[in-house]
Design a protein around this ligand. Structure first.
Ligand code: MG
Length: 157
């Protein structure tokens, strides 16, 4: 077995189309990024790459490349899953913690869990989606950013 961690943070600005775990969340802000800024999928993609000791998301999907501009972040999963398959490994479980003040994640947790399971091709029972606020301490608390930690355990098929 091998374990990987991932972390990401993106700024929020006025707009629409806030994507978390591939799910469109109704909220009057958007995550800034070269792609759609989906911090959860970015952290998770990095965690899988970390478990494989295969570099990071920037090595594989450069923000200098036009083809990733505005891309749906679920597009990052397929090449990473292909790498996993090549090494004859599979995902054993996924755990995540979103750091965000608003919107409240509770009503969207189930949809995000379902979406992440679909994108990373694992049963929903292997996916954990959690959220915390930053207790009024910083930019995350002021609603200026959303961050995410992710951990992935992989094992031989
Ligand atoms: Mg990112």
């Amino acid at each position: 077995m091998r374990i990987g961690i991932g972390y990401d943070i993106h700024r929020l600005k006025a707009g629409r189309e806030l994507f978390l775990g591939g799910v469109l969340i109704p909220y009057p802000k958007v995550l800034l990024g070269h792609s759609d800024g989906d911090v959860l999928l970015h952290a998770l993609t990095d965690a899988v790459l970390g478990a494989l000791a295969a570099g990071d998301i920037g090595d594989h999907f450069s923000d200098q490349e036009l083809r990733w501009k505005g891309a749906a972040s679920e597009k990052f999963a397929a090449p990473v899953l292909a790498l996993l398959k090549k090494k004859r490994m599979c995902i054993l479980n996924i755990d995540t913690v979103l750091l965000m003040e608003k919107p409240k994640l509770q009503p969207h947790k189930q949809a995000i869990k379902k979406s992440v399971a679909k994108i990373f091709k694992v049963p929903e029972s292997l996916v954990s989606i959690k959220a915390k606020t930053h207790e009024g301490l910083d930019a995350i608390s002021r609603g200026q950013a959303i961050a995410c930690h992710a951990t992935v355990l992989i094992g031989k098929v």
